[in-house]
Design a protein around this ligand. Structure first.
Ligand code: DNO
Length: 355
């Protein structure tokens, strides 16, 4: 498997050389964050992004994310214009060697947390989700908390210009069923998967985070049944999944090992996010170190099935804690992700050795 780190471009507090210093790193996962969802990505920006990573000796073959405009998720007539932009962006990305595009299909919000820096016993802090703090609060309150908690770092998925129209968006989604949202996803996929084929790009939908409805908005990427529904709806190798152990693992009913086994064996998961979460008695969760016994995710079990299936795709250590006093974008410090990466690679080497 190819080990990558998520890199936020020039806005990242971590220089590319630091990622490169972690043994085993082959590349970074990038994005262009100043272009609003729905717009076509300028070729010059794409070229510079890839060039900068390559100059540092790193591949940049995965984009996370090319975000999908809400009009596509809503199924509005204007979606066709945004889908054309999406296709054009795919063509540009393929010209610069991009192989995988990660995206999500969550209405309005991307990932949701109640706390971006929950103090842990060991003096570190991590992202957390407490249902009581989310359910019943005004979404504007949540936006305010996230933006304040991000301490000035742009948080992908929480772009202020998009959230400015939040009231109207909620009205537009009012009453939307999962079925309608799913049909809108299929409409989108039917248009873009032929382009992905032509461009030799794999699309990789990210699970909903957390995998249940938030603020009454429909969610369609929550569990194995949803994943199956999606890949079967447009049954082409380019219609793939980003398997995220933390997002899917937030619901303890999800059998992560079985899910990772099934879709990597089928070669339908070109990109993986590996992280760990811990649940409390109320079913709330917070993020923890990657080490298997720190949380409820069976990290070793997942690695064993990836090894069994000779996984050749991209993975990245996902969210870590903030440790050693590091300041940065919540979830995306260097230190704990590097510890997690090394831990995972140690397990991987042992599996290789045992062959
Ligand atoms: C959070 C990330 C998500 C993810 C998007 C993919 O840290 O895992 O924001 O990038 O949902 O589109």
């Amino acid at each position: 498997m190819k080990m990558t780190y998520r890199w936020y471009g020039r806005d990242d507090h971590i220089p590319l050389s630091h990622f490169k210093q972690v043994p085993g790193t082959t590349g970074v996962v990038g994005g262009i964050f100043h272009i609003p969802a729905g717009e076509d990505w300028p070729e010059e920006d794409v070229k510079n992004l890839v060039q900068e990573a390559n100059d540092a000796g790193l591949d940049l073959e995965v984009i996370e994310s090319v975000n999908v405009h809400d009009d596509i998720k809503l199924g509005l007539p204007s979606r066709d214009r945004y889908i054309e932009n999406y296709k054009s962006t795919m063509r540009t990305l393929s010209k610069y060697g991009i192989k995988v595009i990660c995206y999500n299909f969550m209405p309005i919000f991307d990932w949701t947390r109640s706390d971006l820096a929950m103090p842990l016993e060991d003096g570190s802090n991590a992202l957390a989700y407490e249902r009581d703090k989310i359910e019943g609060i005004d979404p504007n309150e949540l936006i305010k908390n996230i933006l304040e908690g991000s301490k000035g770092h742009a948080m992908p998925g929480w772009e202020p210009e998009r959230l400015a129209g939040i009231k109207k968006l909620f009205e537009q989604y009012d009453g939307m069923t999962e079925e309608t949202l799913f049909n809108n996803l299929v409409y989108f996929l039917e248009q873009i998967i032929p382009v992905a084929k032509e461009c030799d790009i794999k699309m990789a939908i990210h699970p909903d985070d957390p995998p249940w409805p938030v603020f009454g908005l429909p969610r369609i990427v929550k569990n194995e049944a949803d994943l199956e529904h999606i890949i079967k709806a447009v049954d082409e190798p380019e219609n793939g999944l980003t398997l995220c152990s933390g997002s899917l693992g937030a619901n303890q009913d999800n059998d992560l090992v079985a899910i990772f086994d099934k879709y990597t064996a089928m070669d339908r998961a070109p990109f993986l996010h590996i992280r760990n979460v811990k649940h409390n008695e109320k079913g709330d969760f917070h993020e923890v170190a990657h080490k298997d016994d720190e949380g409820t995710v069976d990290v070793m079990g997942i690695l064993k099935v990836l090894h069994k299936n000779d996984y050749q795709g991209y993975w990245r250590p996902d969210h870590g804690r903030m440790i050693w006093g590091e300041e940065g974008r919540p979830g995306y410090g260097l230190y704990d992700r590097a510890l997690g990466a090394s831990y995972i690679q140690g397990i991987w080497d042992t599996l290789e050795e045992g062959e």
